[in-house]
Structures are given as structure tokens and as C-alpha cells.
Ligand binder design. Structure first.
Ligand SMILES: *Cc1c(COP(=O)(O)O)cnc(C)c1O
Length: 454
């Protein structure tokens, strides 16, 4: 009998998060204050984040224990299954073993709730009643609205205008969980009004929506904080529950991955799976090939500049040393909305920069071809973002077919695509366009990024 699913006993769910900071090969360059360009202090962050999350952001502890109330909330849907893609392997005719961590079973349909719950909890503990955030494709807005609902908090979501208009059901999903959703740029903030004055027809962007959400928190006088669904160290930390579970699951069947793959937008689902294996492989002296996968239309890690840049368009967030396409980058309207951010987590950037991990990029047509193939063999319809990881996993498995190597490949199935039927429809009817990044964009980014004298 085939064991398609490897389940972890809920009693054995890890009760701590893994912090990669002490395992990094060297110290990271500090985040800088956006105005003074001086290294950021905890006080600088306190208008937007509660102190417990700031401490996690800066922590050098190897592990941080998960509070009981968060464990209890996680147990609603965790541990998630690890699955072996027997049917896909067979269809590919590969000697490789393909495993995937199925985060598509999370409430809201993606891994994002792992940090949504944690961020709502720590804000609530700190006496905060309301969180603001941005959302592009809608998964993060959904996750945070669920988290806020769990702990009795208000939630305001600035949703990128084009998604707000084109994805009404995502909006309704977020509203169903109790959050207030506004199309961004909106006329409710100073930065939003400025973006609209600049271009009344703007489709919006994550960078603009972040500016609006941050502004509301800063001007609230301490009652409201801002919440970010990816990129920051504390988000990578919360997502480590994915990799810690996967480690235990692989161990329970006597397996260890040669290759670990995740799609990469801000970096959190990739880091969530990859970081615990990075730390573990280092301890055992094992070699693992870590691959972050991005779209060719938003190739932050593969073609971006390694430089300090802002996280938002209005230049209000701290400066992080990262790969960037420029804080004013407007990506083409590809369907993997969650992979359209101009920057990336500084920890992921650092590891790729130092050749500890690597990145590849694919256009959307091969991504959807792999996704449809995956759905037909494995029965799960993946999110377009996740399709990037699948595409790379299939490529790696096909390389094994060529070489005859029986590698063990593990990827993160970060979410399902049940709200992405417009994208699948476009693919199935042959209307999906592929985009390569214009070299011009990188020149523009070069001009836009701040000159940091450090
Ligand atoms: C948001 C999202 C991503 C991209 O964000 P990361 O922070 O890079 O993980 C990937 N997959 C799904 C399903 C998402 O919702």
C-alpha cells in the first residue's frame, strides 16, 4: 500500500519557531531608518509594530517558543500533511521522489495564516485593538482577517485597486471574516490621495497599499498597528512551523531532501520550508540544494539589484539590504499576484547573495502547464504562485530522469488556486502572455534606489 500522506501526530507538532539568524554564515547588514539612514532601533519601529514582534524581528535566539494560545489556534488546521507525489512521479517517468508540504489545507487557502494568527496574537497581547495591512491577490488580507477575528480585533485591508476590481470574491471572502476592505489607493489617507492626484487611473500596487496602511498606523496614536504578511524576519520565523513539521515528517519515514523548493514573492513560504532544513543540514553536514522560484516578469532575486531599498512607494518603511527592482516598480499584471513584489526578505536575499541558496525564474505559460499537470495527477489545483515551485520541481525531476539519479525533492505547496479560475481560464484558452523584464526597469530602479553612504 502506498502512503500518499505522511501525517504528524498533533501531539508532536513543534512548539517553537526556528530563527535562522544565529545560523547565518555572517552578520547581516542592519535595516536603516528611511530618513536618517542610521541603523534602525526598536524605538524606530514601535509606531508600526508591537514590542513582542520587534523583539522577534531582532532576536538572535535560535528558537522562540510558541505561546499556548497560538498552538491552540494552529491545531485547528496543523500539522498539515506531507504528501508523496507518486502519481506525478509516474507520469513524469522520473526516478526522483517528489514530496510536498500541503499548506493549501490552511484556512484561507494558503500558508499566510501561520503568521496572521501569530501577529494578531502578539498585537492583542500588547493592547492593540486594530491592525491595518495591504493585500494584493487577497490571500494575506484573508489570513490577517481570520487572525484578527480569532482574537477579537478590528482589521482594515488596503487592497490593490486592480485586484479589488478584478477579484470581487476575494474581497467578499475577506469581508466574510470581518475585515474592512478599501481599494488602494484610496482617498482615506494622505499618501493615497497623493497617488491618486499623480495618476487618477492608477491600478495601484503593493508598494502604494503599504504606504496607506503604514500611514494609518503611524497616525493612530498607538491604538492601531500595521501588519506585514511577508518579507520581515518575524514572518520568516512564524512560517518556520512549515519546515519544522516537514523535518519531523521526513524523519518519520527515514527520508531527507536533496532539493528543497519554494516559490518566492516576499520569501515567506520558501523560507518557512527551507530555513529549518538549512539549519538542520548545517548541523548534520548534509548538502541540500535550496531553490527559490520567481516569475520572469518580476525577477527580484535573479535580476534585481542587491541594494538598500524601501519596502513601499512613498518611502516610509525602513531601508533593507535586499534584491530589488526599485520601490516604484509596477509589475505587469501576471496572475501570480503574490509574486509581484519589488523586493524580497533580506534573509533570503542574503542567502542567495552568498550562494547558500539559489534562485530560478519561469514565465507563466510553463508554470500553468505544470500546474494543470499537477492538478490532473495529484488532484490539488495549485495557486498560480505555487505553480512556480511545481514547475521547478518538475524540471528537477526531469533532470533526474536524464541522469538516472533518484533524488529526493521536497517543495512547498503554498496554497490552492480555487480563487484563480480567471487565470486558469486564460491559460486553458491560450490567452496567457509571457513577460520578460525590460532592461529599462533595472536602469530606472538604479536611479530610484536611495544612495546609502554606509
Ligand atoms: C502570498 C503567497 C505567496 C508568495 O508570498 P511569499 O511570502 O513569498 O510566500 C506564495 N504562495 C501563495 C499561495 C501565497 O498566497
Amino acid at each position: 500500500m502506498r502512503d500518499y500522506a505522511i501525517h504528524l501526530d498533533p501531539k508532536k507538532m513543534p512548539d517553537y519557531w526556528y530563527n535562522i539568524t544565529p545560523d547565518l554564515p555572517g552578520p547581516m547588514e542592519p535595516p536603516l531608518h528611511p530618513a536618517t539612514q542610521q541603523p534602525l532601533t526598536a524605538d524606530d519601529l514601535s509606531p508600526i509594530f508591537p514590542m513582542p514582534l520587534i523583539e522577534q524581528e531582532m532576536s538572535t535566539e535560535p528558537q522562540i517558543s510558541i505561546p499556548g494560545e497560538i498552538m491552540d489556534a494552529y491545531r485547528l488546521y496543523r500539522p498539515t500533511p506531507l504528501r508523496r507525489a507518486y502519481r506525478l512521479e509516474q507520469a513524469l517517468g522520473t526516478p526522483a521522489k517528489i514530496y510536498y508540504k500541503n499548506e493549501s489545507v490552511c484556512p484561507g487557502g494558503s500558508h499566510k495564516i501561520n503568521t496572521g494568527i501569530a501577529q494578531a496574537y502578539f498585537n492583542k497581547q500588547f493592547g492593540i485593538h486594530e491592525l491595518t495591512t495591504e493585500t494584493g491577490a487577497g490571500q494575506w488580507g484573508t489570513a490577517l482577517s481570520i487572525g484578527c477575528q480569532m482574537f477579537g480585533m478590528h482589521c482594515t485591508v488596503y487592497m490593490v485597486r486592480v485586484s479589488y476590481q478584478q477579484k470581487p470574491y476575494r474581497r467578499t471572502l475577506i469581508q466574510t471574516y470581518g475585515a474592512n476592505v478599501l481599494a488602494s489607493p484610496s482617498d482615506t489617507t494622505e499618501s493615497g490621495r497623493a497617488f491618486l492626484a499623480d495618476n487618477p487611473e492608477t491600478t495601484g500596487s503593493l508598494g502604494m497599499a503599504i504606504s496607506e496602511a503604514v500611514e494609518v498606523a503611524v497616525k493612530s496614536g498607538g491604538t492601531t498597528k500595521y501588519s506585514l504578511g511577508s518579507v520581515l524576519n518575524h514572518v520568516m520565523l512564524h512560517q518556520s512551523i512549515i519546515g519544522l513539521e516537514a523535518l519531523a515528517q521526513m524523519e518519520s519515514i527515514g527520508e531527507y531532501p536533496d532539493t528543497v523548493i519554494g516559490c518566492c514573492g516576499g520569501g515567506s513560504n520558501f523560507a518557512g520550508l527551507a530555513f529549518p532544513f538549512y539549519g538542520d543540514a548545517k548541523k548534520r553536514g548534509a548538502t541540500v540544494d535550496f531553490i527559490a522560484v520567481e516569475p520572469t516578469s518580476c525577477p527580484t532575486l535573479t535580476r534585481g539589484l542587491y541594494a538598500y531599498d524601501y519596502g513601499d512607494t512613498a518611502k516610509t518603511t525602513p531601508l533593507l539590504l535586499q534584491f530589488t527592482l526599485g520601490h516604484n516598480f509596477l509589475p505587469p499584471g501576471i496572475h501570480a499576484g503574490g509574486l509581484r513584489y519589488h523586493g524580497v526578505a533580506q534573509q533570503v536575499a542574503y542567502l542567495v547573495r552568498n550562494n547558500e541558496m539559489r534562485a530560478v525564474a519561469y514565465p507563466q505559460n510553463p508554470v500553468f502547464a505544470a500546474s494543470v499537470d499537477f492538478a490532473r495527477h495529484e488532484t490539488i489545483v495549485p495557486a498560480p504562485e505555487t505553480g512556480h515551485a511545481i514547475c521547478a520541481a518538475v524540471d528537477e525531476a526531469l533532470k533526474c530522469k536524464e541522469s538516472g539519479e533518484a533524488k529526493t525533492i521536497l517543495f512547498n505547496l503554498s496554497g490552492h488556486g480555487h480563487f484563480d479560475m480567471t487565470a486558469y481560464e486564460a491559460y486553458l484558452s491560450g490567452k496567457l502572455q509571457d513577460y520578460e523584464l525590460d532592461e529599462e526597469v533595472l536602469k530606472k530602479a538604479e536611479d530610484a534606489i536611495p544612495k546609502v553612504s554606509a
